[in-house]
Design a protein around this ligand. Structure first.
Ligand code: PEP
Length: 251
């Protein structure tokens, strides 16, 4: 039985004071939540704060991006080893905003995935189609291409220590959620595709849904057989919304 994972992606939001209030409220609220995993992916400058506030709690923390390189002359970049120094468990790779705005193409995403895993971090591989791609009927082809970039480079075994997040780009930050049936169809496609190579890895793979998840729609989405929790943007900045989503992921 896969345990659901709810991970907050704070994007470029927060301040020391805001984060403290948010993390304290989420930690307190998580006390009664069992049978699911919870994490927050905070902006890099706040990893140290997340580490000191969350250490010993049930909430893991992680980053939103990393360099594909180990070290060297890469001004402004952050390596996997640096994230580990701050106790990160997870790191997002291939978020659609990185793909669209920062040149993270499939090869770069696969290299980042590899760098994360090599260091012992758990990559959360984000995949998903744009509205135009969905309307052209190529959703599965796009998701397949994004997954193949990783499994082609590293083999299907790489997915045994990773999370996949299906995030239709048209649903991110738009308030327009994929219906549970629409999301389930793509999740089942992803799991079925992996199962062709390894049923064991497919069965164990946590596949999150991301795209305008809120307390009000989380339970319905999470009730689908192949939806194993959520990657949460906007609603992760509101402690009560985020906690409602975490409660919806309880077994
Ligand atoms: C995201 O940033 O990954 C995301 C899913 O955002 P939102 O929940 O705001 O749509």
């Amino acid at each position: 039985m896969r345990e659901k994972l709810v991970a907050g992606n704070w994007k470029m939001h927060g301040s020391l004071a805001q984060n403290k209030a948010l993390l304290e409220a989420v930690s307190a609220g998580m006390a009664g939540v069992k049978g699911m995993k919870c994490a927050v992916c905070v902006p890099a400058p706040y990893l140290s704060q997340a580490q000191s506030l969350l250490q010993g709690s049930a909430i893991a923390w992680g980053a939103q991006n990393l360099s594909q390189h180990e070290k060297g002359a890469f001004t402004g970049e952050i390596s996997a080893a640096m994230l580990l120094d701050f106790g990160c468990k997870y790191v997002l790779v291939g978020h659609s905003e990185r793909r669209a705005m920062y040149g993270d193409d499939d090869v770069t995403v696969a290299m980042k995935f590899e760098a994360a895993q090599k260091a012992g971090l758990t990559p959360i591989l984000c995949v998903g189609e744009t509205l135009e791609e969905r309307e052209s009927g190529i959703t599965e082809a796009v998701v397949e291409r994004q997954l193949d970039a990783v499994t082609g480079r590293l083999g299907v075994a790489a997915l045994s220590k990773a999370i996949v997040a299906y995030e239709p780009v048209w649903a991110i930050g738009t308030g327009k959620t994929a219906s549970p049936e629409q999301a389930q169809a793509v999740h089942a496609f992803i799991r079925g595709k992996i199962a062709v190579q390894s049923k064991e890895i497919a069965d164990g793979l946590v596949i999150q849904y991301g795209g305008s998840v809120k307390g009000a729609n989380a339970a319905e989405l999470f009730s689908m057989p192949d939806i194993d929790g959520g990657l949460i943007g906007g609603a992760a900045l509101d402690a009560q919304e985020f906690l409602a989503i975490c409660r919806a992921a309880q077994r």
